[in-house]
Design a protein around this ligand. Structure first.
Ligand code: GLC
Length: 663
């Protein structure tokens, strides 16, 4: 059961697709205070687990820290960080009393979950203008399913997007991309996508291509497609300020950019230098911006990634002026009045400064609203702009789309990648923990920058990252400019990479089928063990293993030099190893704790009791996977329902899409 409680006059975020009437009576849990903004307080039972918050730091169980929904471009995902790129305000208290809450509030919202006081949950924000949805159900999983039902179906990418993709910030010319394609194809490492970061553009201008580097862009896109490789360009939020540049000129002329209080177009510096932000909260501007993607779809592009859409601000003219003033004082100062650290902090603070988010406004269909009050909706609506445009461009076709910033509701238009992680062992685990939380909030098509974005990766770290990425719907190796080259063929014993990624392709029939079932039934692709074994006291506390779909459990290795790891099996399972020689070993393990050995060049998974999964022969691209000849592995006398469609169009409901496979 879902009830809505309304406070003040909330902004309509369009997170929900279903209208729910406002409930009568007082709020059923904890205490609400409207004295100083808005605050919700709830005393947690010692045994309660708190799930949710989508893309956020720390554990699957969110207890014990403070998280702030405030979409932020912060590339240092250390444990102390409270805000990352997304704002996913859905939580579930699971224990003595079980209930879910969705705080539909698009501004900054703080979740103190046992941080200030270990037994107290305190959720608060500045303005008492929000809707809270209270969801009741038997279990946390049941609550998720109800919630997912009212926020609408999750985005479904084309099937090629389940292949492996290579990316790197710095690929610039046609030759750079051809080299990557060659590196993969010649080494027979499977690949389906190469991502184009900002350097493909002319001076980082959205919806342009550098003509010197790509004299025949359309021809190049086709050439790559002929090798079964899709080019996936990035689109950034900021539109370069440059007289004569069409997108800029049109935006200015039609008032499609966010404005300052005085009505002038707000200027924020991002990659291209000075930019304007498209007012994606305005219907007309959104349509206009979305239609711009045609420039690339007309040239054969079938997928995009939307970036810098928190929106990230390196600095504003106002912020820079303040910093310069202090710098001048600092330069003159001989008496220690301006401390070096103050100066350092000031320079750092000019980026993503809260002040700047109060300096511009949206015209939300006639209503002028200051950006900070709806900050968390920007990435959502930028991606929605694209999603709505794809419907106009080709309503029957699926496009690949994922975004960095997001709010619940965006999951209908695209997936997300989890931003600028690092080549750190701890980030394998961080990503693993985010996955089920993201699924709770509707984000199914997700994945991390495998190998790590910032810092230099190592061969073993990349292999272990990939062994998790084998299971994430989005499987992409991406690295920052200036870091060590991270394409799989750059390392010794390339056959190990060929094998690990090859296992992904062998598993695609199963992974795709489970993804589609989850998307079509508002279900989860990744679940915490506690959702499947709610009465198992050990299972509900496991933070480094996940259930994937209905049949398997995964337990990746995430420690340097580890030869394996401990796993907890809540029931008897078959331990499956994809060995480097192409064979598959299966071993029955009893319920309980086991140490399992997993070499760097092996991929492992666990098949739940009584179940089986289909395995294909490996292939070098998604199109070549032979789904007619599938092998079943797992328990004998079991069966599996395979979902399959053409992977291109949207005819999901056909009976022929389901096939029963018997072991
Ligand atoms: C941002 C993105 C990253 C990209 C870089 C350059 O940091 O998160 O993925 O490579 O910008 O465009």
């Amino acid at each position: 059961m879902i009830r809505k409680y309304r406070y003040g006059t909330p902004f309509d975020t369009e997170a929900l697709t279903e209208k729910i009437g406002t409930a009568e009576g007082g709020f059923p849990y904890g205490k609400i205070s409207l004295e100083n903004g808005f605050a919700f307080t709830y005393i947690m039972d010692e045994e309660d687990i708190v799930y949710g918050l989508g893309e956020s730091n720390r554990g699957i169980n969110k207890r014990g820290y403070c998280y702030i929904s405030n979409c932020t471009d912060d590339p240092e995902h250390t444990e102390d960080k409270r805000s990352l790129y997304g704002a996913h305000n859905f939580i579930i208290v699971s224990g003595k009393t079980t209930f879910g809450l969705f705080f539909d509030y698009p501004g900054k919202l703080t979740f103190d979950i046992g941080y200030t006081r270990t037994d107290t949950m305190h959720v608060f924000c500045e303005n008492a203008d929000l809707d809270i949805y209270v969801i009741e159900g038997e279990t946390a999983y049941d609550i998720v399913k109800q919630f997912r039902h009212v926020i609408g179906h999750s985005y479904i990418p084309p099937k090629f997007a389940f292949g492996f993709g290579q990316s790197r910030w710095g690929y610039t010319t046609k030759e750079d991309f051809c080299k990557v394609a060659k590196g993969y194809r010649e080494n027979h490492i499977p690949i389906d996508m190469i991502y184009m970061d900002i350097d493909y553009m002319q001076d980082f201008k959205d919806f342009t291509v550098n003509e010197k580097n790509f004299p025949d862009f359309q021809g190049f896109v086709q050439e790559m497609k002929d090798q079964e490789i899709r080019m996936i360009p990035i689109i950034d939020a900021g539109v370069k300020v440059e007289p004569g540049y069409e997108v800029y000129e049109e935006g200015v002329k039609n008032n499609y950019f966010c404005k300052r209080e005085d009505g002038s177009d707000f200027v924020a510096a991002v990659w291209p230098g000075d930019t304007h932000f498209p007012d994606v909260l305005n219907k007309d501007a959104r349509k206009w911006f979305g239609d711009k993607y045609r420039f690339l779809t007309d040239q054969g592009i079938e997928g995009f990634w939307n970036d810098m859409n928190e929106p990230a601000i390196f600095y504003s003219a106002e912020g820079l002026a303040e910093a310069k003033k202090l710098a001048a004082e600092f330069a003159e100062d001989t008496e220690g009045r301006v401390h070096a650290w103050t100066m350092q902090a000031k320079m750092k603070d000019i980026a993503n400064n809260p002040e700047d988010y109060r300096r511009f406004y949206h015209n939300a269909d006639g209503k002028k609203i200051r950006h900070d009050k709806v900050h968390n909706l920007f990435g959502f609506n930028m991606t929605r702009a694209a999603g709505e445009a794809f419907e106009r461009i080709d309503p029957d076709k699926r496009f690949l789309m994922f975004s960095r910033s997001s709010y619940i509701g965006m999951h209908r238009y695209g997936g997300i990648w989890t931003g600028d992680n690092k080549s750190w062992w701890s980030h394998i685990l961080l990503n693993l923990k985010m996955l089920p939380s993201l699924n709770m909030c509707g984000f199914l098509y997700t994945g991390a920058d495998l190998g790590g974005f910032g810092a230099d990766t190592t061969r073993d770290l990349l292999l272990r990252f990939l062994a998790l990425g084998v299971f994430t719907p989005l499987m992409r190796d991406h690295a920052a400019a200036g870091t060590r080259e991270q394409e799989c063929y750059q390392f010794e014993n390339v056959e190990d990479f060929r094998h690990v990624i090859g296992v992904r392709y062998r598993l695609i029939p199963y992974l795709y089928s489970e993804y589609m079932k989850a998307a079509l039934n508002d279900d989860m692709y990744f679940r915490p063990l506690g959702f499947v074994y709610p009465n198992d006291k050990m299972a509900v506390r496991v933070e480094d293993q996940l259930i994937l779909g209905n049949e398997i459990m995964i337990a990746p290795v995430y420690e340097q030099n580890a030869r394996g790891r401990y796993v907890y099996l809540p029931e008897e399972m078959k331990f499956v190893k994809f060995l480097p020689d192409g064979t598959i070993s299966e071993e029955i393990l009893e319920k309980g704790v086991h140490y399992v050995e997993v070499a760097l060049n092996e991929v492992t998974l666990f098949i739940r009791s009584g179940k089986c999964i289909p395995i294909a022969e490996t292939a070098e691209c998604v199109k070549e996977i032979d789904t007619e000849h599938l092998q079943l592995i797992g328990y004998e006398e079991s069966s599996y329902i395979l979902y399959e469609d053409d992977g291109i169009h949207k005819e999901y409901d056909k009976k022929e899409n389901y096939r029963v496979l018997k072991n």
